[in-house]
Design a protein around this ligand. Structure first.
Ligand code: ADP
Ligand code: MG
Length: 328
């Protein structure tokens, strides 16, 4: 036994293959809990955490030392490659979703207290005044017109997942799963070659709604249950309809988007939630390489056709009818 072990150790030293051990870590960043499980070298967890903290430091809308804060203060700021790349990609997704995602909705989000925790229901006049400055099409180049403010909160975790997955690939990782507060990225397969199984949360309880089998995919969920406050018996959540300035009431309880790019999936999950089932399905039909799960306020479940056979309802939903949205 001892000899076998030391032989193995020697082999590991030669091949460097011991490096790809299972490593697990949890930390708090970007206002959420992040969980990593990765088969990689001994520095992979600390390096991934450092990468995400560095992105947070540059992208945060509330930290006075961030690049986005500087951009909002002055209308034009020196941006690092990451911040510029994400800002450009976010603007593309705003256009793709016809403004259901609108990164200039920040003054409205702030008035509701979602970035500060000072929750309140703004009056109609206040909202109307704030909405005059909400329009991503007013941004030309990367300069903000007077009064226009941006917030990358709806896409930052998806981008962080893309960057972390790229880091893992550079470091030879073939198997890993990260959950950045509802932004999951599954790299490769499980060590045995089976697909990763990602649990989707039931928006009406803490239970799991379904398991989704994926490889090399982002799985991003947006839901009204994630962040909200109650006033006068009404639940006000953090996903704002930029056309109205109020929390989106589109009939959806949660939306999950699956695809290769975390940034796009994150942006689309927020936008689909704002658009509601019909508009979101119509947009989905024009896209390639993206799939979605919609859970309505009536507890109906819709999946897009690419997920058929990879979606297993669980618990309360075991016998639920799963409706499939098709392209044609
Ligand atoms: P979470 O951050 O909870 O995962 P989302 O990815 O859906 O959720 O992003 C919601 C955040 O994005 C909000 O907290 C707010 O800062 C911002 N936001 C809310 N509504 C919109 C919108 N329609 N377009 C762009 N950003 C939004
Ligand atoms: Mg999002």
């Amino acid at each position: 036994m001892r000899r076998a072990l030391s032989a193995c150790l020697a082999l590991c030293l030669v091949l460097g293959s011991c490096a790809a051990q299972k490593r697990e870590g949890t930390f708090f960043a970007m206002d959420t809990v992040m969980d990593l499980t990765v088969y990689g070298d001994e520095d992979i967890l600390t390096d991934t955490e450092a990468l995400i903290r560095d992105l947070e430091q540059r992208l945060s809308v509330t930290r006075p030392d961030s690049e986005i804060y500087a951009l909002n203060e002055t209308g034009k700021a020196a941006l690092s490659e990451d911040t510029e790349a994400l800002l450009r990609r976010a603007l593309e997704i705003c256009a793709l979703t016809d403004g259901a995602l609108d990164i200039t909705v920040y003054p409205v989000v702030r008035a509701w207290g979602f970035t500060t925790g000072a929750y309140r229901v703004p009056g109609a006049e206040e909202l109307a005044a704030l909405l005059e400055k909400v329009d991503y099409t007013k941004i030309s180049g990367l300069t903000l017109p007077e009064g226009v403010l941006v917030d990358l909160g709806a896409v930052a975790k998806g981008y962080a997942a893309d960057r972390a997955a790229a880091l893992w690939r550079e470091r030879g990782v073939e198997s890993g799963l990260m959950n950045l507060g509802g932004n999951v990225y599954a790299l490769g397969t499980k060590p045995g070659g089976d697909p990763w199984r990602v649990g989707l949360r039931d928006p009406f309880s803490d239970a799991t709604l379904a398991a989704l089998e994926v490889t090399d995919s982002a799985v991003v969920t947006s839901g009204g249950y994630e962040r909200y406050f109650e006033e006068d018996g009404v639940r006000w959540h953090h996903i704002i309809d930029p056309a109205a300035g109020t929390p989106a009431r589109s009939g959806l309880a949660s939306v999950t988007v699956v695809g290769a790019e975390g940034t796009l999936c994150d942006g689309l999950s927020t936008a689909f939630f704002v658009m509601g089932l019909d508009r979101a399905s119509a947009l989905w039909r024009t896209l390639e390489g993206v799939e979605a799960v919609f859970v309505t306020e009536e507890r109906e479940i819709f999946i897009t056709e690419g997920l058929e056979g990879h979606f297993q309802p669980m618990n309360d939903y075991k016998n639920a009818e799963i409706k499939v949205i098709r392209r044609g």
